[in-house]
Design a protein around this ligand. Structure first.
Ligand SMILES: Cc1ncc(C[n+]2csc(CCOP(=O)(O)OP(=O)(O)O)c2C)c(N)n1
Length: 195
């Protein structure tokens, strides 16, 4: 694969002027990319729970049907939670989008090839599971369409964005999971948030 897209530019473009968007970031590089775009109380970066980002996004989307929910994650993380695509496809939340930053590698643990390097087509899986739209994105000119899907398209939406294999400086989000959860709940629910 000779991808041309830079993951941090893609994430910057998606999270600029994000308004009330709720963001779940898969562990590792995707979470660092979201932190690099700017820490935000409505971001929930995972520090573990590999394979769970999609299901956390589904839960949020079902609980908050009037809000847009974006899951940003890696191909390795998505592959570990592949069954979540089937569940999302059956619940069909209109307000949920998943963006997979697909570098075809398990970056965090040493850049081992992931299944997508051998041709596993995640967008085709999502499509077969019943997502309203599932596309592979390779060009910068396509990012505007991804952005309009994330902020206003009829979901569930799935974008497998082919990105370069890059070793980038770490930009870590806050580390304490309980603190991150409370911050997120407080921002989302205001005075209705309970500890
Ligand atoms: C259950 C579990 N297995 C393995 C790991 C180790 N691990 C952390 S991140 C990661 C790779 C993530 O790869 P990907 O989602 O593709 O992200 P990227 O390549 O963008 O870093 C692995 C294997 C883990 N944290 N949890």
């Amino acid at each position: 694969m000779n991808a041309s897209l830079h993951r941090r530019s893609v994430v910057d473009a998606l999270l600029a002027r994000r308004g009330k968007l709720l963001v779940v970031a898969g562990l590792g590089s995707a979470a660092w990319d979201c932190a690099a775009a700017g820490d935000h109380p409505l971001s929930f970066p995972l520090w573990g729970a590999m394979g769970s980002a999609g299901m956390i996004g589904l839960g949020l989307a079902l609980a908050q049907p009037s809000r847009r929910v974006l899951v940003i994650t890696g191909d390795g993380e998505m592959l570990m939670g592949l069954g979540s695509l089937a569940t999302i496809g059956t619940r069909r939340p209109g307000n949920l989008a998943i963006v997979v930053l697909d570098n075809e590698r398990y970056g965090e643990t040493g850049m081992q090839k992931s299944h997508t390097a051998y041709g596993v087509d995640l967008a085709a899986v999502a499509s077969a599971c019943g997502f309203a739209e599932a596309r592979t994105i390779e060009k910068n000119s396509e990012i505007a369409a991804v952005r309009s899907g994330v902020y206003g398209g009829r979901g569930p939406l799935f974008y497998q964005v082919k990105v370069k294999r890059e070793h980038l400086p770490l930009v870590l989000p806050p580390r304490d999971g309980a603190w991150l959860k409370h911050r997120f709940r407080k921002e989302l629910l205001g005075k209705n948030a309970t500890a």
